[in-house]
Design a protein around this ligand. Structure first.
Ligand code: PLP
Length: 362
C-alpha cells in the first residue's frame, strides 16, 4: 500500500495493450497485430541508422532541422511549421497537455484510436465519445456533443481500428461546426495508403485555419515503429506552444537519420503501397467468400466481423495456433471483431488459408 495518490483521472486509465508479438512465447510466423509496414524498413533507413551508431555520444539535434526540412520537401510543407516527436503518440499527448486540463472535454469518435481517451484522462479531462454510424465517424453526432467545455476534437482519418475514413467535405463540415477556440487534431497516420479523390490528409485545412493540426507517423508505411518517430504540421502559434512544452531532445539521433533516409527511398514506399493495394482487396474478398464481414478499409489493415464475441475469440485462437497474430479489439468495444494487418503476400495468403480451415471446422 502507498499513501501516494496520483492526480485525478490517472487511475481511470485502462493501460493501452499493444498488439501481441509472440505465440506462447514463440516467434510468430506473421505478426499482424500492430499495422507495421508489411515490407519492413527501407534498406536505406537501416544503413542510416547503422551509420548513426558512431555518433551515439552526441546529443541529437534538438530542432530536428534536417528531418523537418526533409519532411517539408517531401510533402511540400513549411519546415518551420513542423514539430517532430517520439512517435505521433508523443505529439498527440503534448497537444492534450497543452490545451486540455481538469474540467475540460476531449471529443472523439466511438471507435476512435484509444490513445485519445487515455491522453484526456491523463490530464484530468473528460473523454467524450460520439457514436459512429456503420463503423465510421459521424460528423453530426460529433458536433452534437460539442459543449462549452470541449477543448480538443481528435479525428483519426483514416481511423484505426475500423479502417474507415470520412471525406474532405465531411472533415471541413466538422471543422466549420467547431468554435474557434476548439482544436481539431487530424491524425492521419495512414494517409500514405489512401488513394481516394474525396480524401484529404488535413494539410489544406491546417493552411486555412488557426485551430487545426495534422499528425503523421513513420511507424506505418515507412516501417520505423521501433524508432518512435512522428510529426505534426500546424499553425505557427501551436508550433510555438509545442516547442515550449516538448523535451529539448525528444527525437533521438538514429530516428532522425533513419527518417530522412526513409523519405528519400521513394521506391520502397511505393512498393509498400503497391503491396497494400493488391493484398487488402484480395484478403477482404477472400474473407467475404468465407462468410466473414471485413469492413471497408483504406488503411493497411482490415477489421473483420465474426458475428459474435465467441466466434471472434475462436478465430483469434485458431490464427494464433497457426502462428498468425491478429489484434483483438474488445478494448475498443468490438469483441466480435478482429483487426488484421495486411502483411506480405505469403502472410496474407496464410491468413486466408487459416481462416478457410477455421470456417470449415467451426
Ligand atoms: C499507429 C497509430 C498512431 C501512432 O503511431 P506512432 O507510432 O506513435 O507514431 C497514431 N494514430 C493512429 C490512429 C495509429 O493507428
Amino acid at each position: 500500500m502507498t499513501a501516494l495518490t496520483p492526480r485525478p483521472g490517472i487511475m481511470k486509465i485502462a493501460p493501452y495493450v499493444p498488439g501481441k508479438d509472440s505465440v506462447d512465447g514463440k516467434e510468430p510466423i506473421a505478426k499482424l497485430s500492430s499495422n507495421e509496414g508489411a515490407l519492413g524498413p527501407s534498406p536505406k533507413a537501416m544503413a542510416a541508422y547503422a551509420k548513426a551508431a558512431a555518433d551515439l555520444h552526441r546529443y541529437p539535434d534538438g530542432g530536428a532541422e534536417k528531418l523537418r526540412h526533409a519532411i517539408g520537401r517531401h510533402f511540400g510543407l513549411d519546415p518551420a511549421r513542423i514539430v517532430c516527436g517520439a512517435g505521433s503518440d508523443e505529439i498527440l499527448n503534448l497537444l492534450v497537455r497543452a490545451y486540455c486540463g481538469p474540467g475540460d472535454e476531449l471529443l472523439y469518435s466511438q471507435f476512435g484510436f484509444l490513445m485519445y481517451p487515455i491522453n484526456a484522462l491523463g490530464v484530468g479531462a473528460t473523454p467524450v465519445a460520439a457514436p459512429e454510424k456503420d463503423y465510421r465517424t459521424d460528423v453530426d453526432a460529433m458536433l452534437a456533443r460539442v459543449t462549452p467545455r470541449t477543448r480538443i476534437v481528435c479525428l483519426a482519418n483514416p481511423n484505426n481500428p475500423t479502417g474507415s475514413y470520412i471525406t474532405k467535405d465531411d472533415v471541413r463540415r466538422l471543422h466549420a461546426g467547431l468554435p474557434k477556440e476548439v482544436l481539431l487534431v487530424i491524425d492521419a497516420a495512414y494517409a500514405e495508403y489512401v488513394s481516394r479523390n474525396d480524401y484529404e490528409s488535413g494539410v489544406e485545412l491546417v493552411d486555412q485555419a488557426e485551430n487545426v493540426v495534422m499528425t503523421r507517423t513513420f511507424s506505418k508505411i515507412f516501417g520505423l515503429g521501433g524508432l518512435r518517430l512522428g510529426w505534426m504540421y500546424g499553425p505557427a502559434g501551436i508550433v510555438d506552444v509545442m516547442s515550449r512544452l516538448r523535451q529539448p531532445f525528444n527525437v533521438n539521433a538514429a530516428a532522425q537519420a533513419a527518417g530522412v533516409a526513409a523519405l528519400a527511398d521513394i521506391a520502397h514506399t511505393d512498393a509498400s503501397r503497391t503491396n497494400n493495394d493488391i493484398w487488402l482487396p484480395w484478403l477482404s474478398a477472400e474473407l467475404t467468400k468465407l462468410g466473414f464481414t471485413p469492413r471497408p478499409s483504406v488503411g493497411n489493415f482490415v477489421l473483420v466481423g465474426f458475428g459474435s464475441k465467441e466466434r471472434a475469440q475462436a478465430a483469434n485462437d485458431w490464427l494464433m495456433k497457426d502462428g498468425l497474430i491478429p489484434r483483438m479489439v474488445a478494448g475498443y468495444g468490438m469483441p466480435d471483431h478482429l483487426r488484421i494487418t495486411i502483411g506480405t503476400e505469403t502472410e496474407v495468403r496464410a491468413v486466408a488459408q487459416s481462416l478457410k480451415a477455421f470456417a470449415a471446422a467451426r
